[in-house]
Ligand binder design. Structure first.
Ligand SMILES: [Zn+2]
Length: 335
């Protein structure tokens, strides 16, 4: 789940918030002391009374603090009245918390506050390379209408529609078991059969469960590796860390990058490292199995074949279908 650095980022924001709210309270107090000296007098009296009482208790007086509490209550009521008479809200001098529930600490007792969970989700979304696209590309918008009943996969005997049903079922199993059993996915099939869309659906479900999901196109991923290796680019370092540490790494469109021996060795390194760390990976590619093996070496393919669930999608190019239908969205024909 959250890494130390991510946790620290969130806690820094709480500190910033506390500081900001404390400053604002201080400004209000100074403003009121200027305008209403009577209130300053009240505050001074409360401080003096408290000090007096504390001294008495320390000196061995045994008669509780009930009388002090009563005096403070009377003075506080007077203070509120004075504020309201001047047209201020009665809590104008109180600390105004951004989140009253946890008083901007992120915790209620030992439990993380709701606002912490929200902040964690926002951070994970921001670090995913996906963000807004997931508002449109998710299971609620997944449509089976684009998958034909007449196109058939001879090897399985299933048509495109049945194949898509099965793929979605496998994707949902993957999501359901994420965190309890270690799994990886290999999505393959021709251009436009919905592999990227399906990987976005999975990403959104897991991000919403506060898993650390990071998406890269193959092109961007290998560009990152190259910057790190050849240019010693410092900015690449935190991204490299996420490539190896995130809960789910999505490598999209493998095979579209300029493949060479560097790319091939980096892919092996990445796949292997994540397997050793038991961190899930989702790879999507337009390449067929044989082509994949020829392109990235037999050893990479054998690691994938023995550790990844293979999902093949078939059908007609969905982007072309959408264009032919004049951009008309068939809607969410989820079955
Ligand atoms: Zn809170």
């Amino acid at each position: 789940m959250l890494q130390n650095a991510q946790y620290d980022t969130i806690m820094r924001e709480y500190n910033r918030r506390q500081l900001h709210n404390r400053q604002r309270q201080q400004e209000h107090i100074e403003e009121i002391y200027q305008k209403l000296p009577a209130i300053r007098k009240i505050d001074q009296s409360v401080a003096a009374l408290t000090l007096e009482k504390t001294k008495a208790l320390l000196a061995g007086a045994s008669n509780g603090t009930a009388d002090l509490k009563e005096s403070i209550r009377t003075l506080s009521a007077k203070r509120r009245r004075l504020l309201m008479e001047e047209g201020y809200p009665e809590d104008y001098l109180d600390m105004q918390y951004t989140c009253p529930r946890c008083q901007d600490t992120g915790y209620v007792g030992n439990e993380k506050c709701l606002c912490f969970k929200k902040a964690a989700l926002e951070l994970l979304y921001a670090q995913s390379n996906l963000g807004e696209i997931l508002e449109k590309e998710n299971f609620a918008h997944f449509s089976f209408r684009y998958y034909s009943a007449t196109i058939k996969n001879e090897a399985t005997g299933l048509n495109a529609y049945q194949t898509a049903l099965l793929a979605v079922e496998k994707a949902k199993n993957f999501i359901g078991q994420f965190g309890s059993s270690f799994q990886n996915l290999f999505l393959y099939g021709d251009t436009g059969v919905g592999k990227t869309f399906l990987s976005h659906c999975i990403a959104k479900e897991l991000l919403d469960q506060a898993y650390w999901v990071v998406y890269f196109t193959a092109f961007d991923l290998f560009d990152l590796f190259a910057r790190r290796t050849f240019d010693r680019d410092e900015e690449a370092a935190p991204w490299m860390d996420s490539v190896f540490s995130c809960d789910l790494l999505i490598i999209d469109d493998l095979g579209t990058e300029l493949t060479n021996s560097f790319v091939s060795s980096q892919l092996f390194l990445c796949v292997n490292e994540r397997l050793m760390r038991q961190k899930s990976t989702l790879i999507s590619t337009n390449l067929g199995i044989r082509q994949f093996s020829d392109t990235y070496s037999e050893r990479t393919f054998s690691r994938i074949a023995s550790n990844y669930e293979m999902i093949k999608l078939i059908g007609q190019d969905i982007r072309k279908q959408k264009t032919l239908s004049g951009g008309y969205d068939y809607g969410t024909g989820q079955q």
